[in-house]
Design a protein around this ligand. Structure first.
Ligand SMILES: [Zn+2]
Ligand SMILES: [Zn+2]
Length: 439
């Protein structure tokens, strides 16, 4: 666990060094960071240590720990902590690459605000199981913002769309994404066709489940808009800025709420819009690609391909550092690299040639709690046996008449197992006072 406080420069350094020692976490900046700490941090009140958890404060002052009382957790357990009204929580649900691996899903970020709003930024391949592990009722997971239409940024949208509806989202899934240079390269075209691809899936669920979640509301906005509002509700404004990546179309997002600024950068070559509009963010996410030598050695790219993809289509670590040294966030977050024992140091070393501020080299399930006073960085420990959380509203019973029947040929192939199933019907009917019959 690490805490970045605005309290005092010395605390800031302790927190950053703790961050560095954390095996999955982050690495320390050069010592001169102390002298370059933002003025805001240097003049913050002296008493902010009091914001520590009571038992931490007690043990720090007495040196004693209770043999029977639990100490404060230094990890985040989903569904175990309230979120303060002036607090944001960000959870990395995917930090990796288009190449699938168990350790890292592709880009996905859940932002939770103290006003109750939750936003998903990107929903890359493999990320839906991370979202599920957070045990958040799906009615609250109904807003998705896509940075662009590479599968490592929207490849699990189908799983969230259908699986979310099946698990308690009783309202449409709202999705925002950019237009393209032509209509067929835009978000609306992609998601219209994604829903068409799901025709069999959706038809097969008619009459069997609560139907309200199986709809998508797509809002496509101009990818060339510069700091234009794409969402504004409930005191939250989300703007988009263009990004430079593969083709015209990709964007990054800037969220402003309650005096906070959160920036989610999609894939991009370093660009002037991010440098301008992400300035002074409380937390700024930006892609940071695998180093060119690792692309050649581990990904088996040609040297030419590694240079092109690793420095021109994406942002190389040293360029990531340059961007962050311009915008000076309270916390910089790097993603889009395979974070392993033998890749992390190379990424860090290159970033540290150009940036010495607060830094998180992200991995899936990293958690940031952000208040005006501090940014606390931890890992989430999740329950792999998780089941769907409760629905927040009463389910609507399906209309059996909406079912699409089997053909006579197919239904004629049923084996008669009604006798072995009847005891289950009898037991459930008795327990719940029902009169259900087999088809
Ligand atoms: Zn991409
Ligand atoms: Zn990507």
């Amino acid at each position: 666990m690490a805490r970045i406080k605005r309290a005092r420069p010395s605390l800031l350094i302790v927190a950053i060094l703790a961050l560095g020692s954390y095996v999955l976490g982050c690495t320390p900046p050069k010592p001169e960071a102390e002298s370059q700490a933002p003025a805001e941090q240097q003049k913050a009140p002296e008493d902010s240590e009091q914001t520590a958890k009571p038992d931490q404060a007690n043990s720090a002052s007495t040196g004693k720990y209770s043999p029977v009382q639990a100490r404060a957790r230094d990890f985040y357990a989903p569904n175990s902590e309230d979120l303060g009204p002036d607090e944001m929580r960000l959870i990395a649900c995917g930090t990796g690459m288009p190449t699938a691996r168990p350790k890292q899903a592709a880009s996905c970020w859940l932002l939770e605000l103290g006003n109750g709003d939750k936003f998903i930024f990107d929903v890359g391949t493999g990320s839906n199981e991370r979202i599920a592990a957070l045990q958040i009722p799906y009615n609250y997971l109904d807003k998705v913002f896509l940075s662009h239409l590479h599968t490592d940024h929207f490849g699990d949208l189908d799983a969230l769309f259908v699986g979310g509806a099946l698990s308690g989202r009783q309202r449409p899934l709202r999705v925002w994404g950019p237009s393209g240079a032509t209509p067929e390269r835009g978000t609306k075209y992609a998601l219209d066709h994604l829903q068409k691809a799901l025709t069999w899936d959706l038809d097969g669920r008619k009459g069997l489940t609560d139907p309200r979640g199986y709809h998508m509301e797509v809002t496509e906005f101009d990818y060339m808009g510069v700091n234009e509002i794409v969402y504004q509700e409930n005191g939250v404004a989300i703007r988009s800025i263009p990004a430079i990546h593969a083709l015209d179309g990709p964007v990054s997002f800037i969220v402003e709420w309650n005096g906070f600024k959160f920036v989610f950068g999609g894939d991009t070559y370093p660009n002037k819009w991010y440098a301008k509009y992400a300035k002074d963010a409380d937390l700024a996410i930006h892609e940071c690609f695998v180093t060119v030598p690792d692309m050649i050695e581990k990904f088996k790219f040609s040297p030419q391909g590694a240079l092109s993809v690793g420095t021109q289509i994406h942002t190389a670590p040293e360029a990531f550092g340059k961007v962050m040294s311009i915008i000076k966030p309270r916390m910089a977050v790097a993603y889009h690299f395979f974070k392993d024992f033998d890749t992390t140091a190379g990424i860090n070393d290159r970033i540290r040639t150009t940036y010495d501020g607060p830094l998180s080299l992200s991995i899936d399930y990293m958690v940031w709690n952000i208040t005006k006073d501090e940014i606390r960085v931890r890992m989430a420990i999740v329950d792999e046996d998780v089941w769907p959380p409760p629905a927040t509203d009463k389910p609507q019973l399906p209309d059996p008449n909406a079912r699409i029947p089997y053909s006579d040929e197919i239904i004629g192939g049923k084996l008669d197992v009604s006798k072995v199933l009847q005891p289950t019907y009898d037991a459930i009917n008795k327990q719940y006072g029902l009169h259900e019959k087999q088809d």
